[in-house]
Design a protein around this ligand. Sequence first.
Ligand SMILES: Nc1ncnc2c1ncn2[C@@H]1O[C@H](COP(=O)(O)OP(=O)(O)O)[C@@H](O)[C@H]1O
Ligand SMILES: [Mg+2]
Length: 419
Amino acid sequence: MTEISEDKSAKGSSIKVPPELENDDFSRYMADRMSQLEERNHLLREQNHKIEAEKRYAESQKLKFERELRQLKSELERLKTSPLIVGTVMDVLENGKLIVRSSTGPQFVVGLSKFIRESELEAGIQVAMNQQTLAVIGVLPASRSHLIRGVEVIESPEVEYSQIGGLDDQIRELREAVELPLTKPEAFEKIGIDPPNGVLLYGPPGTGKTMLAKAVAHHTSTNFLRVVGSELVQKYIGEGSRMVRELFKLAKDKSPSIIFIDELDSIAAKRYDGATAGDREVQRTLMQLLAEMDGFNPRGDVRLLAATNRLDILDAAMLRPGRFDRFIEVPMPNESARMNILKIHTRNMALSQDIDFVKLAKITEGSSGSELKAIATEAGMFAIRNSEECVTNAHLHSAVAKVLTHKERSVNVSETMFV
Ligand SMILES: Nc1ncnc2c1ncn2[C@@H]1O[C@H](COP(=O)(O)OP(=O)(O)O)[C@@H](O)[C@H]1O
Ligand SMILES: [Mg+2]
């Protein structure tokens, strides 16, 4: 015992046995000391555990960051690779070569990657090409929506017949020509006539032509493919007609469907001699459209609907029976129609009791549906500006004055502009 104590004291440790301690006391002291040390040992072991857990965590974090680093590096690589050129296959040659047209115009004979199956290749498909060698590296998916940019596929637009004022006859005619062939094809078969091939809505701007087309689509629960005519006018030769072709193909894939070409006059204006290259491209697009209209099965599930503000400038070929054979005029609203339209557009507004719709319809002589809508909105703005609870007759009258004087001014401007 003394040896230990001497040993310890020699090392200068904290265990220093006071010489006056009895043997008994000493052993008690040692036991005490031992339990103290055990406790400390326990503590240190716990700390060790904790630190090891921390280490494990840090290691897993490290792995995570390394993975992230790799990902970012490969992303960086991906961003740095040179772009591929989009081209169209014109012809597939015997010896594993292709004739492609690059998107800039000229045609090339190029090789192709071994990973492309021959069966995938056919004239007309789009491919990705290497920038330097123009070798075909991949076939682009035939996602039509990419090919025909600008076509809106509206599953079912939110316009109902009840939101259209004063066009009851037009709605009836349109339903006969577009809805019936889709919902009751057998009726046409029984009588032995072909349903109208295409329906053309014509009339001044803002009278509800686009709205009518949307309402038809809503009520027939068909797909509604809307394309604005000017979208079909493309920069490169052949693009416009390809878009027309793709549009009809898409319509067939999505049938039953309605193709709606808005502002038809932008591609179907009269053809004339001595046109520029740009005009000739528009004419090619028109010819493709005519061909498609002749080609598709009239009892099929695709209906064609078009709208124009300018019936007078449309090409005669477009207007002959067999192409558009149903013309629906959408006129400027008459007095009772104007009243209806005003009521429709003020339906959800907080109105005062004093509103005289009869008078309003009288003083809005010559306004289109869209102007009447503007009047309703403007009246609402007046009420908000004066922080009033509801829209009054006076608000509506000021709105009429505002919208109609604005209209007069713009008419004057446009008249002088083209002199
Ligand atoms: N007959 C109508 N009934 C109700 N609203 C109409 C009517 N005509 C036009 N409008 C309003 O004018 C807006 C523009 O009409 P639109 O159908 O686009 O005219 P466009 O004949 O030029 O295609 C519509 O969104 C609608 O709010
Ligand atoms: Mg329109």
